[in-house]
Design a protein around this ligand. Structure first.
Ligand code: FMN
Length: 403
């Protein structure tokens, strides 16, 4: 079986030697319906260098691809751009097999690899440091907290190729190795999904990094991330950089996400009426019952939204569990520049709406109302209140959002 896995040349000196995870559906709680790839790259220079590895169960696929071009013992250096286990899961075994002269990581990467695998012979590289790979030059840039403390980029000067680890990546299993071979709509949705679920909390750092990249004037012919396709066409590279710029800035748009769950249908009726009001006010609406949508779907929609309205029935003095789940998740992802509101049906104390409000407040969502609570089933009058809340939110959004 392993004979069939071949390396794919992506530039003059670089070969893709990663693995394709066709069946991945859940990546640490992030729903990944399109699978993923774990990208590792082999640089064939005077010193043969492996950039990142793959998730542990994919070790033999990666090794087979490596062995289609070199013997593992020919590898002189290994670079770990990111210590998360989908890129280092088989690093200890590869070190054992290849016995490289040196393994390099950022200073924080050295610590993480020691904690994870008790690897104690990793060499730390500094921000801006260059490494000679014989005739080639690899330069490192620390990208701390993008998205882990250890994260760094490596840049291969001769091929003008940026190894960007998780940045500019996506969870997409495909046989195609280049973005220009994949339908643009797929790239759009998977790149947004990846940004929303992994990178959104670090948006201010991304804005700074993009600025640094722009002012550095360093030419890029390829951007090779650790998941998904390689960006090689000028327009594709520009597109993904532009999207990152927009997502990081997260300017409010006239789009509202209405997310809720329900036990007996009352909160659902409220959500539907709110959506009608939002639409009547000229807002694009994404209606997201949590029986249908995952927390990752919600995060993805929130990425390009200007309003977030959250509804929950009160259950045992608190939130319905799926709503608590999605709010916990969104709070961590720190979506910026949102207006919003809380709503829900209740029986006797209605604490769920208060809980939603307090979480939205922690998330710095500007509340447009005090929260809408309806006892048991909404009637003609209260359903109008829901519609009015939607309309009020739409009008507020029209004031603050880009058209
Ligand atoms: C198991 C259970 C526990 C409940 N606990 C509370 C509660 O603590 N406080 C409250 O105000 N209502 C409580 N309720 C009442 C619901 O909030 C009420 O029926 C509401 O209309 C349900 O909204 P829904 O139709 O959107 O599910 C509870 C209902 C159930 C079924």
């Amino acid at each position: 079986m392993s004979d069939v896995f071949k390396a794919v040349q992506i530039s003059d000196h670089v070969w893709w030697v990663g693995a394709i995870d066709w069946t991945l559906q859940d990546f640490h709680g992030y729903a990944t319906p399109s699978g993923s790839t774990y990208n590792a790259y082999l640089i064939l220079g005077g010193k043969i260098t492996l950039v990142d590895t793959v998730k542990a169960p994919f070790r033999s696929e990666m090794l087979a691809r490596v062995m289609s071009v070199v013997e593992p013992r020919e590898i002189s250096y290994i670079i770990s751009n990111h210590s998360e286990m989908d890129h280092t899961g088989c690093l200890p075994e590869i070190i054992e097999l290849a016995k490289p002269e040196k393994v390099f990581a950022s200073a924080m990467g050295v610590k993480a690899l020691a904690d994870y695998y008790h690897l104690d012979k990793i060499t730390a590289v500094k921000d801006g440091e260059s490494l000679k790979l014989g005739d080639l030059t690899l330069t490192f840039t620390e990208t701390r907290m993008l998205h882990w403390p250890d994260s760094m980029f490596s840049y291969l000067e001769e091929d003008k190729l940026l190894f960007s680890q998780d940045a500019f990546g996506m969870h997409l299993a495909s046989r195609e190795r280049f973005a220009d071979e994949i339908a643009h709509g797929v790239l759009e949705s998977e790149a947004a999904r990846y940004y929303a679920n992994i990178l959104m909390p670090f948006s201010p750092r991304i804005t700074k990094l993009l600025e640094k990249v722009k002012t550095s004037g360093i030419p890029f012919d390829l951007i090779a991330p650790d998941h998904g396709p390689v960006w090689r066409r000028e327009q594709d590279r520009q597109w993904i950089l532009d999207r990152y710029g927009c997502w990081a800035a997260k300017k409010p748009t006239r789009k509202a996400v209405v997310v809720f769950d329900t036990m007996w249908g009352s909160t659902e009726k409220m959500a539907l009426a709110i959506c009608e009001g939002l639409a009547a006010g000229g807002t694009e609406v994404k209606y997201m019952p949590l029986r249908k949508y995952s927390r990752s779907d919600v995060a993805t929609e929130v990425l390009e939204a200007g309003a977030l309205l959250v509804g929950s029935p009160t259950l045992n003095d608190g939130l319905f569990p799926t709503v608590a789940d999605v709010l916990t998740y969104l709070k961590g992802l720190k979506p910026a520049n949102l207006i919003g509101a809380a709503f829900g049906s209740y029986g006797w104390n209605g604490t769920a709406v208060e809980e939603i409000k307090s979480i939205l407040t922690v998330m710095k969502v500007a509340l447009v109302s005090d929260g809408l609570k309806i006892r048991y089933l909404p009637d003609k009058t209260t359903i109008q209140e829901c519609y009015a809340l939607g309309l009020q939110t739409a009008h507020k959004l029209a004031e603050v959002a880009a058209p």
